[in-house]
Design a protein around this ligand. Sequence first.
Ligand code: NAD
Length: 452
Amino acid sequence: MSYQEIIHNQRRFFDTNTTKDISFRIRELKRLKSSIQKNEDLLYSAIFNDFKKSSYETYVSELSIIYHEIEFSISKIKKWSKRKKVWTSLTNLPAKSYIIPEPYGTVLVIGAWNYPYQLSLVPAIAAISAGCTVVLKPSEIPLKSSAAMAKIINQNFSPDFFKVIEGGVQETTALLKIKFDKIFFTGSTQVGKIIYQAAAKQLTPVILEMGGKSPAIITQDVHIDMTAKRLVWAKFLNTGQTCIAPDYVMVAASIQDQLLSAIKKQIEIADYKIENQNYTQIINQKNFDRLKGYIDPDKVFIGGECNEIERTITPTVLKDVTLSDPVMQDEIFGPILPVISFNSIDQAIADIKTLSKPLSCYIFTKNKSIKNRILTEISFGGGAINDAVMHFIEQGLPFGGIGDSGIGNYHGKAGFEAFSHHKSILQKSFLVELNLKYAPYTRSKLKWLKRL
Ligand code: NAD
């Protein structure tokens, strides 16, 4: 079946209004959960084949997030879908005003490779919750993971409702020529611009979830060991191939050495190795070569060993880094942590603001006024105080970037809203009709209008 036909059939199905029934959405979400549960082994083996990601990490950073999102959505759909009454102005009384969340229609979700399951399925869950039909195009880079998702979804769902189309640039380009009601994209800023341009041609609204250089700012008063422990976990999870990983550290010069040795200790404790199930491969040769180029041997504090055959790079910390170093020019997206020291918080804030608005920012401090200054002065998608990455799992927190790191939000209610149009309705009765707005216009009518 051609892409055109698939999308045409989804539109026809949407027009039957079946997806507008809440019980249908709940049933399909339950179907999704049970289909994944039945196929966990397939999902674990596929992702291990792609980049040696262990089942432990896959459960923690992919499947548990998907299950949680499904359960949360099922428990809230009824509430989210309700008409919301709002205030009506005197001018219109007697009347009532309300907002109806309306599913956008037939949507396209384009996934990224680094968390191939949850970055594809969590937006799809939001779209299903909102009552849309979904075409999902996962990233082609983890080929086996993409095939596993295609198999599970396409065997368990009607293509008129939820269909996985596999492929890379060529297939995505062809899909983008077709009119969708919304496009949800996760990936790089560079490709995000291509998606935005293609969507603009059809006036299709978009959510763009992109990346950037997310800083971790550390002041001198922190609990150093706990800061290092949280930072190291957040950075080397998925071998640094995480859009919200702390990209670089800005640390108060007075504690730089203490922090570096605490980071080294935590890296040693974690003993990051593929056979320990806590490390993965670099996804492909292209990224391996790119990352290798960031490692300046003169600045390596720990790590820096690159194994081309295994496609691994040991956890690497660079010190005495400056903003002009190659590692500070682009999002790193790998297991390399540059550390930059600062003597004044003003300078640190000014330096961070020379870079594009990041997806995340992490502030490690006990100092309330520094915390508030950073929250006020630096623009970023979202983040955490005294932790990193963990804000991602909070369903009450809309997740998304700003500027080069993204447009729009999802997760929990924000995901439901991302796929819902707010249809605003004023409902009047036939009880009375004031004459004020009608011609002939008179001075006394205007006087009354101004009062109202
Ligand atoms: P990418 O932009 O290369 O690819 C993303 C998707 O776009 C894939 O499905 C791919 O097939 C498709 N694509 C690639 N080139 C295309 C083109 N020319 N035309 C049409 N479609 C095209 O990104 P990636 O390498 O998969 O992911 C890494 C990037 O994604 C990083 O920048 C990272 O920060 C970002 N990311 C963001 C989030 C987030 O939630 N904000 C999550 C994960 C990754």
